[in-house]
Design a protein around this ligand. Sequence first.
Ligand code: ADP
Ligand code: MG
Length: 259
Amino acid sequence: MNITVKDLSYRIQDKPLIASISLDIQEGELVGLIGPNGSGKSTLLKNMYRVLAPDQGEVFMNDKDLSRMSHKESARHVAVVSQETSVAFDFTVQEIVFMGRSPHKKMFDTDTSQDREIVHQALSRVGLLHRARSSFSTLSGGEKQRVLIARAVAQQASCLILDEPTNHLDIRYQLQIMDLVKTLKITSLAALHDLNIAAYYCDRLYVLKAGRIIASGSPEQVLRQDLLQDVFEVATEINRHPLTGKPSITFLPEMVVRS
Ligand code: ADP
Ligand code: MG
């Protein structure tokens, strides 16, 4: 499945938060969305997963207009892993993963053996079968994110939207979550904070600045000194990493630049 965003804008009281956004994600791609705090990444993603309704523009899933689908139908196409890992009540891990099945069910339908098998597989895929009966609140940050990814897997959506999925995680868990997303091979769009992680994992990147896309392309094309200076207002040195072959970014503090 591919995703196309056409000329999307969203404003609050005449203040445009994002403007004229067009992008596409091809089948199986992992595409990164980068940009400083407040540049509109979450706003764009929320417009794509229908928590917000755009003032202008459309989102298509394989040429099908998302806004013409019921919310339940769009949930069969798009799964979301957001950065808020708190849940209101203390559900168990497997209860949360079972929630991924709800877009496939009618009201009052009970869980079938097929649902149980899908949930089992999803938990196995993220390495959390042994925590199935644990309460979500007792898990570590990395485990919580893996549960939310398992819920997305159980949802069997063909697209995944992630909003800074590795926020607040130790580097080991950041890599583990990104490895997991990569191996799912689902068409994915992820807002990412860490530019080196974006460089390593993403097939392509879009760069947001003040609500507009100002650059896009492969990590090699996008992650350049002048662009990072302009967008993030930091000096960098960028090398091709000898082992990964990907851009490797070193951030240079002011005092180094001046010396
Ligand atoms: P990012 O995810 O890139 O950090 P956001 O999409 O969260 O950026 O925010 C984009 C801009 O929109 C920010 O300047 C933020 O303050 C503003 N914003 C977000 N939500 C609201 C809102 N409900 N009302 C007013 N401004 C908002
Ligand atoms: Mg955000």
